[in-house]
Design a protein around this ligand. Structure first.
Ligand code: GTP
Ligand code: MG
Length: 307
C-alpha cells in the first residue's frame, strides 16, 4: 500500500516553535479526532510535550460511533494515558470545564496561565478556542492548514490560550493510518489520490459498517466489492463523464464528503485491537528494511575489500 506523506514547511516551523516555547506553556490541551483516536495521536507532539501537564480531548464525538468512543475512553483509562474526554463543538459547557481544570492545576499562580492547544491539522483546535473565547477570534475552516501561525488569545485575567497550526509527523510509517488521516481530512487534498482514499474507506465500511452503506447507497450483493460499489455510487449519484463512464475522482470526493459530514452515519475508523495488529506489521516491515540495509552495507564492505 502506498504511503501518503504531507509535511510542509510550516509544520517544521510549528514543531520547532512549540519546542522553543515549551518553558512559557503551563498546560497543553492536545486534541485527538474521535474517529481516529490512534492515528490522530501524533508521536512527534507526544515527544515534544514530554512530561508537561496535558489534557487530551477527543473532538468530533458527534461524528464518531458512540459505542466505539466509550470503548476508546475505557482503553485510554486502562492504559494510563493522560486524562482523555470526548466532546463535540456543541458541548460548550464541557469544554469550558476543561479550562477550569487546567487552571486548577496552578492554584497558587498569581499570573495568568498559558494553555497551548495542539493537534493534527483540521482536528478542531481553532474551533475549540473560539468556543472558549465565545467569539470567532481564530480563523477556522473545513480543510487542513487553515491556521498558519501561533495566535495568543487572552481568555480572561487568569488564562491565555495559544492556537497553533496543525502538525502531522514527517513519516507516517503505518500506511493505513495515512489513509485514515486522509479520509478524515487531516491531509491536504493535493497530497493524495481521492480514489485510493475512497477505496480504502469503502473497503473498511463494507467490513465494519455494511448496514450504514446499504441504507445510504442502496446496493445489492453484486456490488458488495469495493471497486464495484464505488462504480455503483457513481451511477446512483450521476458522477459520470462524457460517454457515460463513471468519473472516479468525482465519486471518490462525493464519498469522502459524505463520510466527513456524517451523512453515512456515525463512524469510527479504528479500534485498539486492530491497531495492535497493524503495529506488528509495521514492526515487521521496519525489521525487514533494517536487515536489507545491513545486507547492503555488508555488500559494500565485501566489495571494497575485494577491490
Ligand atoms: N462535526 C464537527 N465538526 C467540527 C468539530 N470541531 C471542529 N469541527 C469542524 O472542523 C473543521 C476544522 O476546524 P478548525 O477549528 O479550523 O480546525 P484546526 O485544528 O484549527 O485546523 P488547522 O488550523 O487547519 O490545523 C471546521 O469546519 C469545524 O467546523 C466537532 O466537534 N464536530
Ligand atoms: Mg486552526
Amino acid at each position: 500500500m502506498a504511503q501518503i506523506q504531507w509535511f510542509p514547511g510550516h509544520m517544521h516551523k510549528t514543531a520547532k516553535e512549540i519546542r522553543e516555547n515549551l518553558s512559557q506553556v503551563d498546560v497543553f490541551v492536545e486534541l485527538l479526532d474521535a474517529r481516529i483516536p490512534f492515528s490522530s495521536d501524533n508521536p512527534l507532539l507526544t515527544e515534544i510535550l514530554g512530561t508537561k501537564p496535558s489534557i487530551r480531548v477527543m473532538t468530533r464525538a458527534d461524528l464518531a460511533d458512540p459505542q466505539r468512543t466509550v470503548y476508546w475512553l475505557e482503553w485510554f483509562k486502562k492504559n494510563n494515558q493522560a486524562a482523555v474526554v470526548a466532546v463535540s463543538q456543541k458541548d460548550r459547557e464541557k469544554i469550558g470545564v476543561l479550562v477550569t481544570q487546567c487552571r486548577a492545576l496552578f492554584p497558587d499562580s498569581k499570573t495568568p496561565i498559558t494553555v497551548m492547544v495542539v493537534g493534527i491539522p483540521n482536528v478542531g483546535k481553532s474551533t475549540f478556542i473560539n468556543i472558549l473565547a465565545q467569539r470567532a477570534i481564530a480563523k477556522t475552516g473545513n480543510e487542513p492548514a487553515i491556521t498558519k501561525m501561533q495566535q495568543r488569545i487572552q481568555l480572561d485575567h487568569s488564562v491565555a490560550l495559544l492556537d497553533t497550526p496543525g502538525v502531522l509527523w514527517p513519516n507516517v510509517e503505518n500506511a493505513s493510518s495515512g489513509f485514515r488521516l486522509a479520509a478524515t481530512g487531516a491531509i491536504r487534498e493535493t497530497a493524495m489520490s481521492h480514489a485510493d482514499v475512497a477505496l480504502f474507506l469503502v473497503r473498511f465500511l463494507l467490513a465494519d459498517y455494511p448496514q450504514l452503506l446499504t441504507s445510504r447507497y442502496e446496493f445489492g450483493s453484486g456490488e458488495a466489492e469495493p471497486e464495484r460499489l464505488l462504480e455503483h455510487i457513481g451511477r446512483l449519484r450521476g458522477c459520470l463523464k462524457a460517454g457515460g463512464k463513471v468519473d472516479t475522482d468525482r465519486v471518490s470526493r462525493l464519498l469522502l464528503n459524505d463520510f466527513r459530514s456524517g451523512s453515512i452515519g456515525r463512524i469510527t475508523l479504528e479500534m485498539p485491537e486492530m491497531i495492535l495488529v497493524e503495529q506488528q506489521e509495521v514492526e515487521k516491515l521496519r525489521e525487514e528494511k533494517a536487515a536489507k540495509k545491513a545486507a547492503r552495507k555488508q555488500g559494500w564492505k565485501d566489495r571494497s575489500r575485494n577491490d
